[in-house]
Each structure stands twice: as C-alpha cells, then as structure tokens.
Design a protein around this ligand. Structure first.
Ligand SMILES: [Ca+2]
Length: 186
C-alpha cells in the first residue's frame, strides 16, 4: 500500500473511531486501576452504614425476613446482589457472623440440580450439610445454616421466610457513590 493510501485510510472516520475506542478503553483501565488503589485504603471509602466490611466487600445481614425472590429483589434495589460465597474465607466469615439461616445467592432455578450463583457462575465448591441438597424439584434456593448444621448449607423451598445476606464490592459501591458507573465491574 502506498503511503498516500495508508494516510487516507488512517484518516477515515472508521480508523478515528477505532483509535478513539482504543484510547477510551485504555483510559478506563488506567482510571479503574487508580480508583482501585484509592478504594483499597479502607479509611477513604467505607461500606455503607449498617453494612459490614470483609476483604473489601460490603455485606448486609438483613433484619427482615422474606422468600428468596424478595431477598434477591431487596439486594438488587441496593445495587447489590445476594451473597456469592465462592471462597472458604467468605464462607467462614458469614458462618461466624451468626447462626441464622439466611438466603444466599445460589439456586438451581434455571436447571434442576445445577446450582448457579446469581452472577451466573456455576457452583464449584459447596459447603452442604450432610445429605444436602435434597428434595430435588421442591427445594431450589439455598441458605447458609442448616438444621443441626449451622455452619453448612441447605436447599430450601424458595418461598420459606428467612433473613438474607446482600453483598457489594467496596469498589462498586464507591464507583456508584462518586457517579463513576463507567468503572463498575458488575
Ligand atoms: Ca434441603
């Protein structure tokens, strides 16, 4: 390709747009990195009032009770999700918080027997009580805390009234707080 053609091509609106898009993506990544460093300092941006901070994630342990769908809606209205306990650390944190049965963000509502978190991730490690999950087809929503096993999980009928746990990363909470929705991870 001759230089003139190349120059013309680079000057075409399409090339400009793709260059601008590249700059936008790079800038966003850089700003996200800087913002993450700010948020990592827990003294700068705290969790909302009445939410607990564990490992840069904010958790709300509800005082009210409801069915799983109500619980899910309540978290979403707070720009959060039901708790996604994908690490042993998180699991131990919520178990040590109290011995209540509480809804977490895990169901097999989409496909019987296939447990997924509310973010769409498939369950990798489950901390089920002995014999759980049981009652396939009836019990499709999961609580932390099971009868006789307060530190394990149980699947339960989704309309049963339980308290619940919401979570949001401190990063996402801070991004919304400062009107920086473009930085959101979720
Ligand atoms: Ca069960």
């Amino acid at each position: 390709m001759e230089y003139g053609q190349l120059e013309q091509r680079l000057r075409s609106p399409g090339a400009d747009r793709s260059r601008m898009e590249q700059v936008r993506v790079q800038t966003l990544a850089r700003v996200r990195e800087m913002f993450n460093a700010v948020v990592a300092d827990a003294t700068v941006i705290k969790c909302p009032r009445d939410w607990q901070d564990f490992n840069n994630t904010c958790y709300r342990f509800s005082t009210e009770s409801g069915g799983w769908h109500n619980a899910n809606r309540s978290c979403v209205l707070n720009n959060a999700t039901l708790a996604i306990l994908s690490s042993l650390g998180q699991q131990e944190y919520v178990m040590n918080y109290d011995r209540e049965k509480r809804w977490i963000g895990l169901t097999d509502l989409e496909e019987l027997g296939v447990y997924r978190w509310v973010n769409g991730d498939r369950l990798v490690t489950g901390y089920w009580a002995l014999g759980e999950p049981n009652n396939a087809g009836v019990e499709r929503c999961v609580t932390k805390g099971a009868r006789f096993h307060p530190n394990k999980w149980n699947n339960d009928v989704c309309t049963t009234q339980h308290r619940w746990i919401c979570q949001i990363t401190r990063f996402d909470y801070a991004a919304r707080h400062f009107g920086l929705e473009a930085l959101l991870n979720q």
